[in-house]
Design a protein around this ligand. Sequence first.
Ligand code: ADP
Ligand code: ASP
Ligand code: MG
Length: 464
Amino acid sequence: MLQNESSQQVSSQNLPLTVAKFGGTSVADYQAMLRCAHIIKNDTSNRLVVVSASAGVTNYLVRLSQESVPSDEQVDIIANIRAIQVNITQHLANDVEQHLNDEIDTLLNQLAEQALNQSVHHSVKQADAILSFGEQFSSRIFAQVLQSVGIDGAYFNVQQVMKTNSLYGKAVVDIEQLRTACNDILAVKLPQQVLVTQGFIGQDGLGETTTLGRGGSDYSAALLAEALNASNLSIWTDVVGIFTTDPRITEQARAIKEISFGEAAEMATFGAKILHPATLIPAMRHNIPVFVGSSKEPEKGGTQIKQKVDSNPVYRSIALRREQTLVTVKSPAMLHASGFLAQVFGILAKHELSVDLITTSEISVALTFDNPSGSTQALITSTVVEELEQLCEVTVEHGLSLVAVIGNGLNCAKGIGQSIFQTINDINIRLICHGASANNLCFLVNEKDANHVVEKLHNELFSF
Ligand code: ADP
Ligand code: ASP
Ligand code: MG
C-alpha cells in the first residue's frame, strides 16, 4: 500500500515517527537551539525536525521584500540577519562554524542581490524567494547543532517534497505530490538520520520558491506528519501549551492539559497565534495526536490535542483576532428580493475575498474579513468597493477586533449571552455572531477595547 509505505519503512526499524517543529524563539540563539537538540535527543522517535526562521529574521525579510527600501537600510538589515546567525555558529567547532558561515554568506549574497532588485522591480514571486531565506539559515545551522550533541542530523531541502501552486504568499500545497515525494525521498532516509527541514516554504511547478503564509511552519510540520503517517506531531514553542487565552493578555490564563481537535482548530482559526489556522486540518484528517509545549521548559509538559477528550466544558478558551475589516452593504432593493446576496458574493468571490462572519437585517448585510498579519495590501480595494457600489451603498470600517468565546454546546447552553455580555456591558459591541456553531460565539469590538474585553471575560468565565 502506497499510503502506508513510509510508516512501514520507518517502523520496520521499530522507530515510531514524531515530527517535531520548533518555532522562531526556539531557534533564536545558540542556547535555545541547544535546548531543542536535547529535546530531540531525549526522544528517539523525533526523526523529522521542522524549523522556523530564528526569531526576528522573517520580519527583517518582510521589510527587504518591499518596494523602494533605501539601499543603506537593505545593507543594515542584511548585517543584522548575519549577526543573528553567526552569533549561533560561533558556538560550534571551528571547522563547522567556518563551513556554515561560508554557506550563510553565499545565501546572504543572493539575498542582497534579490533585495536590491526587489526594491526597484517588485514582484510577489521575488518576495517569496526573499522570505524563504530565514528557514534556509536556521535549518542548516540546527542540523549542525544536532551533530554537536551526538545526533546524526542532516539538512533536508523541503522544496524537494513540498510542491505548491503559484499563489505566492499563500501557496497551496499539493498533498498527493507531498505524500508520494515523502515516500520516495524522505521516508528512506529517516531510519538512518534525523532530518532537519524548513517550515513555511515550498516550490511551485516552475521551480520558484513559494511560502505558505506567516506562521506557516506549524502547517508545514502537520502536512509532513500526515504525508509520513507519523505517530505524533510536536509543536515546540515559547509557552507551556495552549492556554485558556493568550497569556500575553492576562496572567490569569491557564495551560490546558487536553483539548479536542475541534476546539483547538476553532482557537487557531479565531486567532490564537500559538497554532497557524490550518495546522490541525492534516492532523485531524489522519488522527495524528498533536503535542504543544515549551522548548524552554519541556519538563513542564504541555497540551495534548486529540480526537476525544474526557471533558467538554461549555467555556474552553477565548481567542482574539485583530485587524478585522467590516463591510456593510445596504440596499432597499434587497427587501423581499432574491439574488441580491448572490451578486454581492459573486463580486467577493471574483476578488478571492473570503467572508468570515455575516449578519443580516432587512435591507443590509454586514460582513467581516480577516486581514492576515503580514499582509501589506488593503484587503477591500477601491475596485471591490466600486463594484459593490453598483449594487448598493457600501461602508468599510477598520480598527476592529474579533473576540471568539470557544467551547462546547454554546448554541444551546442557557445563560450564555447574559454571562458574556453582562460582563462587558461597558463596551460597544459592533456585531455578534451566535447560533451557527456549537463551538463558538463571536463578536467585534473596537481595537482599543480588545485586551480589556478578553481580560474581563476571562476573569468571569475562567475563575478557577
Ligand atoms: P512560534 O514562533 O513558536 O511559532 P508563536 O509566537 O507563533 O510561536 O506562538 C506562540 C505565542 O502564541 C505565545 O507566545 C502566545 O503569546 C501566543 N498565544 C496566543 N494565544 C494563545 C493561547 N491561547 N495559548 C498559548 N499561547 C497563545
Ligand atoms: N518564519 C515564518 C514566519 O515568521 C514562518 C513561521 O515562523 O512559522 O512567519
Ligand atoms: Mg507560530
